[in-house]
Write a protein that binds this ligand. Sequence first.
Ligand SMILES: CC(C)(COP(=O)(O)OP(=O)(O)OC[C@H]1O[C@@H](n2cnc3c(N)ncnc32)[C@H](O)[C@@H]1OP(=O)(O)O)[C@@H](O)C(=O)NCCC(=O)NCCS
Length: 160
Amino acid sequence: MPGFQIRPLTPADKNWVSPVMVAEWGAEIVITHNEIFRPADLPGFAAFAGKELAGLVTYFIARNECEIITLNAWRQGQGMGAALIDATRQVAVRAGCIRLFLVTTNNNTHALHFYQKRGFIISAVRINAILESRKLKPQIPLQDEDGLPIRDEIELEMYL
Ligand SMILES: CC(C)(COP(=O)(O)OP(=O)(O)OC[C@H]1O[C@@H](n2cnc3c(N)ncnc32)[C@H](O)[C@@H]1OP(=O)(O)O)[C@@H](O)C(=O)NCCC(=O)NCCS
């Protein structure tokens, strides 16, 4: 038995999703491939360890494709990230999607490892894309905590 439970987000969750986005990703909005997403308005799943919020995924379905917009696991290495991806994949399949994909950045080597280990393959690399993202979201830092430049978008996909 995992030490957490997963449930779909409901409208009542909007109140806390926005501040969580600000804390984790610097703003209420997320930019991928030059599009603005507001995770508090998106469907998703939350993971709870007892009453404590321990993980969150949000996604967007359009044109037979499902994009993971945000994924966070605050208790890493317990299978929570994998469980949140799996819950999203099941929704995408039920919705008739043929592709599950997401965008991360060049510096996020942990995410690149995590997604590839779970069957995603790199489907696009957009060099310097974050220059454009920063025009829409100036809060995106130039470098991450390890000193790596945050510069390119890397898209990963899985056919369903
Ligand atoms: C990326 C992220 C979501 C991964 O979440 P996670 O919950 O740590 O992922 P998992 O626990 O499913 O897998 C991570 C490791 O834990 C281990 N693990 C998985 N299931 C486990 C279990 N049941 N018990 C113990 N360890 C387990 C595995 O060894 C796995 O390592 P592997 O990738 O080499 O196979 C998380 O690190 C995170 O929130 N990062 C910061 C935000 C971020 O970068 N998000 C992605 C942006 S696109």
